[in-house]
Design a protein around this ligand. Structure first.
Ligand SMILES: [Zn+2]
Length: 344
């Protein structure tokens, strides 16, 4: 990366924001592609129904309302808020890429499609993967027949496109401009040369985990979540956990932390148990409309108080915690425990 590239990238964003310009976010040429997917259609298809229903799709998937989650205290990424306002939300955007970049990205997606979609199929998985480790809560598999740089660029491009979408929708940056430009330059070099050479050094800036659900289901989420120290991108039956060098929390507490992907590492996908999956999406579920009502019901069952009282107390407790400590996903469980203690 050089100074010009960084300047140009920031400039692209500003101009896109004000609608004066349609410059490809990857290469800087005219962004003449329309209907660019933020995430490959096939990856999120189980969660949104058939493609001809795309027009009415909102990002919230199961509830139809929740927009974007971006919370907690990731001090290295710039914005910290939880956005739960309903918003019309489609998963394609016009004029973010040029036709060439769009076409080249499509080729990579095409290669990733079969291996990713067969990951939950025990009869097919060995065709595309070598097993690496098998433990009680997860199995890890190494992808074969796909260039490791290509695997890396595919997931980098997902993170980068989430970044663009989040910026366009909310005027917030989930990566700083340097990080975004690093991603951009790696993707750009690969799309043009089919190799990562000059951008290799900036590719080292990132590492990530690809997590798949053991059993495919249609109630997944499609959203990004800024969590303590890193970003997580939810793609229906997959989660991309994405770390930059400034993300200081090393995931030592994660059982599968050994199976990270980075520029010099193998292409690894971790398949986690349904139980582990449910734990991972637990915090997301809290934002589904009706969640507060469900908590109220549960608390009423425990404390013997009315549902209305419990809902009131719970929201009150969340408000107090927010006033005292800002936004933190742990507040949900703290509020519950406080109320149970209060009435026991
Ligand atoms: Zn382009």
């Amino acid at each position: 990366m050089n100074d010009w590239e960084q300047f140009a990238f920031i400039n692209f964003i500003k101009r896109t924001k004000f609608g004066h310009s349609n410059i490809c976010f990857i290469c800087g040429n005219q962004a003449n592609a329309t209907g660019s997917h933020i995430y490959p259609a096939w990856i999120i298809e189980p969660c949104i129904g058939k493609r001809n229903k795309e027009e009415s799709f909102k990002i919230s998937v199961s509830s139809g309302e929740v927009d974007t989650f971006y919370g907690s205290s990731n001090s290295y990424n710039n914005q910290h808020s939880i956005l739960t306002n309903p918003k019309e939300h489609h998963h394609t955007l016009d004029h973010i890429f040029c036709n060439t970049c769009e076409h080249e990205l499509g080729k990579i997606e095409g290669k990733m499609k079969d291996p990713l979609l067969c990951i939950n199929d025990k009869s097919k998985i060995n065709r595309s993967y070598n097993p690496i480790a098998s433990l009680e809560q997860f199995h890890s598999h190494q992808l074969k027949n796909i260039d490791i740089d290509e695997f890396l660029v595919f997931w980098f491009s997902i993170a980068f496109r989430f970044y663009i979408k989040h910026f366009i929708d909310h005027n917030q940056h989930i990566f700083n401009s340097g990080e975004a430009n690093y991603l951009r330059s790696v993707i750009h070099e690969f799309l043009v040369t089919k190799k990562i050479n000059s951008s290799r050094i900036v590719a080292e800036y990132f590492k990530f985990y690809v997590i798949a659900k053991e059993n495919i289901s249609n109630d997944g989420f499609i959203t990004e979540l800024g969590v303590e120290g890193h970003n997580e991108f939810y793609l229906c039956n997959y989660i991309l956990e994405f770390y930059t060098k400034t993300d200081t929390i090393i995931p030592e507490n994660i059982e599968y932390y050994k199976f990270e992907n980075h520029i010099n590492n193998k292409s690894i996908i971790v398949i986690i148990s349904n139980e582990m999956w449910n734990t991972k999406i637990y915090n997301l579920k809290r934002f589904i409309p009706g969640f507060i009502q469900n908590i109220g019901q549960r608390l009423a069952g425990i404390t013997g108080q009315s549902i209305e009282q419990m809902t009131f107390d719970y929201e009150n407790e969340l408000d107090n915690l927010k006033k005292e400590n800002g936004i933190d996903l742990n507040h949900f469980s703290i509020a519950e425990a406080t109320i149970i203690k209060k009435y026991s």
